[in-house]
Design a binder for this molecule. Structure first.
Ligand SMILES: O=C(CO)COP(=O)(O)O
Length: 258
């Protein structure tokens, strides 16, 4: 059986400026100990404008905290005003990049085709995509949540070869559970995460499916993380609101103690 190191990642969304980012990462670094990093990988996804400050801190103090961006351009360079390329993120030594977050799909009209182009751009620049998928409330109420989520997985991974797929992270984030306080029940989250793993086995192989880490995201807090993490196909959490407070996030990282 494959053991997958859990990935606990904080998606700061459009919060914390670069000075606040420095203070926040310092608090995390102060609170986290070697045993925490042995137990799971810890990552933060700050706004673009914070990345240089976070890199300087992580590099300078040899911190074990990983970091990444919340989006990437599908293009390499050129006349794309406002966009940030994979090469720029790689230059700042980002490890991860969230792609296809529901807020990008909803407010920036990102389709599966765009998401797929961004996944391929991330790979081209040596970044690990955190491919975000998940259904809206109407879709769940119609009982279509598994099919909907699997089609986003398939669309996002189109033409991605097995060698690249096995290091990807998939975040299952039901839209109705994001920022609402309505956490998806652990059994319901497990149902979809198991189906995602099944889909990876079908698209690639059981080996690839066993290697991929699948996170749950949506109103994760220190009070519910242990129950979610106890599920066999959930390998981490993508945390929004509760990741903005360093103490709360540390408690989530220490889910085994909750
Ligand atoms: O969107 C999320 C993480 O990407 C989840 O946000 P909340 O944890 O605030 O619900």
């Amino acid at each position: 059986m494959t053991t997958r190191t859990p990935l606990m990642a904080g998606n700061w969304k459009m919060n914390l400026n670069h000075l606040e980012a420095i203070a926040h990462v310092q608090k995390l670094a102060f609170a986290l100990a070697d045993k925490d990093y042995d137990a799971c990988e810890v990552a933060v996804l700050p706004p673009f404008t914070d990345l240089r400050s976070v890199q300087t801190l992580v590099d300078g103090d040899k911190l074990k905290i990983k970091y990444g961006a919340q989006d990437i351009s599908a293009h390499d360079s050129g006349a794309y005003t406002g966009e940030i390329s994979g090469a720029m993120l790689a230059k700042l030594k980002c490890t991860y990049v969230a792609i296809g977050h529901s807020e990008r799909r909803q407010y920036h009209a990102e389709t599966d085709e765009i998401v797929n182009a961004k996944v391929r751009a991330a790979h081209k620049h040596g970044l690990t995509p955190i491919l975000c998928v998940g259904e809206e409330l109407e879709v769940r109420e119609a009982g279509e949540h598994v099919a909907h989520t699997l089609s986003q997985v398939e669309g996002g991974l189109k033409d991605v070869p097995a060698e690249q797929a096995e290091s990807i992270v998939i975040a299952y984030e039901p839209v109705w559970a994001i920022g609402t306080g309505k956490v998806c029940g652990a059994d319901d989250a497990q149902e979809v995460c198991a189906a995602i793993r099944g889909k990876l086995a079908e698209l690639y192989s059981q080996e690839v499916a066993d290697a991929v880490r699948i996170q749950y995201g949506g109103s994760v807090k220190s009070g519910n993380v242990a129950e979610i993490m106890a599920k066999p196909d959930i390998d981490g959490a993508l945390v929004g609101g509760a990741a903005l407070d360093a103490e709360d996030f540390v408690k989530i990282v220490r889910f085994r103690d909750q």
